[in-house]
Design a binder for this molecule. Sequence first.
Ligand SMILES: [Zn+2]
Length: 250
Amino acid sequence: MIIFLILLFIVGAAIGSFLNVVIYRLPRHESIVAPGSRCPACDMPVSWYDNIPLLSFAWLRGRCRRCGQPISFWYPVVELLTAVLFVLAGWKFGSGAELLPPLLLIAALIAIFFIDLEHYIIPNAIVLPVAAVGLGLAIAVHPHRWAELLAAGAISGVFFLVLALIKPGGMGMGDVKLALALGFFLGKAVIVAMFAAFLLGALTGVALIAVRGKKMSSRLPFGPFLAVGAILALFYGPFLLDKYLGLIGS
Ligand SMILES: [Zn+2]
């Protein structure tokens, strides 16, 4: 088991390195396969030994080998975050097929979190394939839950569609598609993801107003809150849902 978790950490760091490329290039409409990585300051191609997840950043001390410009601190953060969440998923879901949907979901949510935070978009190129593959994969792994997964996706998608239609400028269509995908992955635990997302969004809004001392003019993207809520629901959703339903029932 320990060896499996160490393997997951290494795979997670490598996937995180790929997610960095997706996060940087996808919103800029650049190819994610070619050309290879380059220093954004001096355009020097990054050689393979300077492109090893986490380690290269450490031994280059966060600077380009040629021009010495700082490399964004977010690259190793994304790699470490992916690696840690992959290990936690392996710890929780084991080494069987049940681990595949959580790993796919985690990778997609990390990309969506950072892209939506910076660019205010949730790219179709991520959310649509993830929704389709996620539904197929989730039903293949949990055949007896197909009705629940389909219904959870449909209901959460429609819920966000209604929100987007009654308050334009609030939710976007990207949030609607993400909510659909989350229902497919999480089933009824998607309620926990929504609840956590709205709570986090409200708290962050209040905190920002408190810090800036006046009403914000800029709006916050909702995708990052949905992503954090979904991670919480992935690990604790069924547990929290049972607790809550238990409270209602007693
Ligand atoms: Zn450079």
